[in-house]
Design a protein around this ligand. Structure first.
Ligand code: NAP
Length: 249
């Protein structure tokens, strides 16, 4: 018996990396899973790995009409939602003096506005007793040069987990955050940095992680499963840190 048997779960950014890891684990645990992202080819590839009980909806978390379509299509196909993972996110690191308005708007648009409205537009479609996860980051507690805007968006999500919890508790909806450490995903190659810079960055980070390695999407998926399932029935407004100890020791 799966921990999410009969449940309906939506994962934004479910076509890659951590989101795909979470969607796959949720499907294995019996959930009917809906993934959402912009890249149609990656959505189709992901859908093939998720199997018949999954649905892919193409769209952008910064576009409210796309979010409305995501939840309407989900409801049409599977009914109301039990688990929502606001996972879609991007990192485009730049030193403070080089951040222009478009970089600022891009990162905050996807990571903060996108996650905020993902939750807001889902409200009418969520079952009472549902579970919402916001994907934060260790950067919300540890300064990292070049990541000021990114880190601030993740601190904003940490805050939203608390505020949303107070507003949704009366419906029995639990809101929590999951804070991954450095995880092996395509996020790094999309940063717009030369490969050798990314490699050097990875090596420096690895030296700082007590377990001595990057994490894997599947490890994030196990932590997400805990928060999403009845195992976490008394966990509300929390941030579960799964980062090999990077920000903890
Ligand atoms: N990897 C890490 O080390 C790490 C550490 C801490 C936190 N995180 C967080 O974990 C989450 C997942 O990141 P990842 O590492 O798995 O990166 P990833 O492999 O690049 O996945 C990012 C996902 O977000 C989606 N996405 C990006 N912009 C979007 C938009 N405007 N609308 C809809 N979907 C969008 C992407 O799909 P499309 O491109 O198809 O839209 C993709 O599915 C992010 O929130 C990230 O900040 C990652």
């Amino acid at each position: 018996m799966g921990k999410l048997d009969g449940k309906v779960a939506v994962v934004t950014g479910g076509n890659s990396g951590i989101g795909l890891g979470i969607a796959s684990e949720f499907a294995r645990q019996g959930a009917r899973v809906v993934i959402f992202g912009r890249n149609g080819e990656r959505l189709a590839d992901a859908l093939r790995t998720l199997g018949d009980q999954a649905l892919a909806v193409q769209g952008d978390v910064t576009n409210l009409a796309d979010l409305d379509r995501l939840f309407a299509r989900t409801a049409e196909r599977f009914g109301k939602l039990d688990v929502l993972v606001a996972n879609a996110g991007i990192a485009r690191p730049l030193p403070l003096e080089h951040i222009d308005e478009s970089n600022f708007d891009l990162i905050s648009g996807v990571n903060f506005k996108g996650a905020f409205f993902t939750v807001q537009r889902a409200l009418a479609y969520l079952n009472d007793g549902a579970s919402i996860l916001l994907i934060t980051s260790g950067t919300n507690r540890k300064g990292l040069p070049g990541f000021s805007v990114y880190a601030a968006t993740k601190a904003a999500l940490r805050s939203l987990a608390r505020s949303f919890s107070t507003e949704l508790a009366e419906r029995g909806i639990r809101v929590n955050a999951l804070s991954p450490g450095p995880i092996e995903t395509p996020l790094f190659e999309k940063m717009g940095l030369p490969p050798e810079t990314i490699e050097a960055f990875g090596e420096t980070l690895t030296r700082q992680i007590p377990v001595g390695r990057f994490g894997k999407p599947q490890e994030m998926a196990k932590a997400a499963l805990f928060l999403a399932s009845e195992d976490a029935s008394y966990v509300v407004g929390a941030e579960l840190v799964a980062d090999g100890g990077l920000t903890q020791v």
